[in-house]
Design a binder for this molecule. Sequence first.
Ligand SMILES: Nc1nc2c(c(=O)[nH]1)N[C@H]1C(S)=C(S)[C@@H](COP(=O)(O)OP(=O)(O)OC[C@H]3O[C@@H](n4cnc5c(N)ncnc54)[C@H](O)[C@@H]3O)O[C@H]1N2
Ligand code: MOO
Ligand SMILES: [Mg+2]
Length: 406
Amino acid sequence: MTAGALLPVADALAQMLAQVSAVSETEQVPLAQALDRVLAEPVLASFDVPGYDNSAMDGYAVRAAEVKAGQALTLQGSALAGHAFTAALAPQSCVRIMTGAVMPAGADTVIMQEQVRLQDGKVIADFVPKVGENVRKAGEDLKNGQQVLSAGCRLTAPQLGLLASLGIADVAVRRKLKIAIFSTGDELVLPGQPLPQGHIYDSNRVVLRAMLQRLGVEVLDLGLLPDQPEAIRQAFQRAMREADALITSAGVSVGDADYTRQILSELGQVNFWKVAIKPGKPFAFGKLENCWFFGLPGNPVAAVVTLDQLVQPVLLKLAGATVSPANQLTAVTTVTLKKQPGRADYQRGYYWATAEGLFVKTLGSQSSGMLSSIANANCYIVLPQQSGSIASGEMVTIQPFGKLLQ
Ligand SMILES: Nc1nc2c(c(=O)[nH]1)N[C@H]1C(S)=C(S)[C@@H](COP(=O)(O)OP(=O)(O)OC[C@H]3O[C@@H](n4cnc5c(N)ncnc54)[C@H](O)[C@@H]3O)O[C@H]1N2
Ligand code: MOO
Ligand SMILES: [Mg+2]
């Protein structure tokens, strides 16, 4: 790469994903602690679900072939969920049955109670039901031995429910990643403190910590550091000892107090620097012995976008999770989108749906210093590296914000 050349976003991602492999350690955790954890092994059903034919409605279990419109059936007994009717269905009879109750032997169909008349203790349907109506068949959801979840999925609430429905109380998951972060900058002040002239609050660490929490990693917060190489060096060394990755914000460009890359090359290696992404160009990727390094630019929106677009997939791979491509849609822009060719642009947009399709607009300035442009947005407008400005009314690619930004 020639000096100053920018690595296309796809190449940067491909390089990082090719270098990183998943942590191997696993642990067994109860379902109550398994939300968002990465499943270490596939899960198979150990029995059919449902385990038995059962009713989908409150009504009457019948043998469909015997039911004639207007003809009375004898009420033989009742079946409730958890309390089966144990005898076989007698001829010309029916059994009162509730949703979830085991189908009595000999019954193949359930008639909803709203569709029958009761007369002199007998049950009369004025129509002939379809065989199997309102019956949930054994194994129709899952078959014994079937794979229900694959290794690498990040467990969602419904997936935890699926595991519970199979009687599983704990699961093997990959160990949590430990990710170190810190902020650097003599201009930075902690929120809650008075703000001297010429200073700003350290917002990046708040945003990055929250995004990493959403990613399900353990955050090692190394605090707010001054623009002093020795302080930054010590933080790097602590991260090298304790963390799987170090994510810094700021100090990766070419300013006189931008020490991050210098210390990275002193203690480890810079694998690449500068990506054709806007915002986020000075992004740096490297390694410090066993600790991966991601240097995010200091501009607050650039830090968010690069963590989301460039770092998130790599951390997911490191965590052992399956990395899926981002969900992209097309929408009509209702505003002109200014752009120079040279970097792929991740403009912050707001999209909405109408009967005519999706529409999108930008929210105010696209300056990478302005958090307001992303705080109220709900998507990126992704403009390819070589594209110029886009006129209002054109179709554009949008990427609804994912888990980290919602
Ligand atoms: N001559 C050049 N100057 C710059 C270039 C360039 O290519 N040539 N790139 C610009 C781009 S693009 C970006 S992005 C920034 C990246 O800067 P750094 O990563 O070196 O970050 P800093 O210089 O330390 O700070 C930039 C900006 O961000 C603010 N900041 C930093 N940390 C925080 C924080 N924790 N919370 C809130 N805000 C933070 C800082 O005050 C600065 O305003 O470089 C351009 N310059
Ligand atoms: O990446 Mo910088 O954020 O373009 O300002
Ligand atoms: Mg700088």
